[in-house]
Ligand binder design. Sequence first.
Ligand code: HEC
Length: 199
Amino acid sequence: MLYILRPLTQTSSSKRRFLPGAGLAILTLSIAGVAGLLTHAQNAGLAPLAIDGPSSAVPWVRYAGWPTRDTSKFNSLTRLVSPPAPTTPRKLGKELTGDRAAGQKLVADRSRGGSCLTCHVIGSAGGADLPGNVGPDLSDIGSAGRDDEWLFNYVNDARVYNPDTVMPPWGTHGIFSEAEIGDIVAFLKTLKSPAKLAQ
Ligand code: HEC
């Protein structure tokens, strides 16, 4: 652009001769053209960088199908407090009786706190694939020599055994009831064949 602004002297060798006035006119037209393009882009519906009104619908309503479960005890990123860990493991007294089929569904239930499959390989539980590998492979936990009480307490609130546990305290957070944890334990005890993982 700069060469256009420079007053060009008329020399015999120069074939391209511009007058300063003509250069300025071209520059002005170019600026007007670019500004026109920008205005056009804005009118084409690009998102504004700031908005004046509220960013959500007013009045605010839950969308249909929003879960109504009470999550007030759940430790989320908006409320970084958890109910305190139990100081001693819960004594079960007698051997747990649980529904292993119900337990199999619960461990794969992605609507209940993310499910165990988020972090564990659990054989073919729930027919689900793509398990996570944050926690140990549980596909033969039934042969690991863990008793019912230990398994119950680990799922209920692993902090009672391991203050640095990564696992959410399912019972203390109210995600699973005691009966449901019993079902989960009954299912875990049936797991005795190591998962075959694709190479
Ligand atoms: C956020 C990841 C995560 C989720 C979700 C999770 N776990 Fe774990 N789990 C772990 C980790 C990590 C360990 C190993 C040590 C620890 O951090 O407690 C573990 C350990 C365990 C153990 C002890 C294994 C052993 O013999 O030492 C059991 C049993 C267990 N999990 C069951 C479950 C069940 C049942 C669920 C679902 C209700 C579940 N876990 C969900 C991360 C998770």
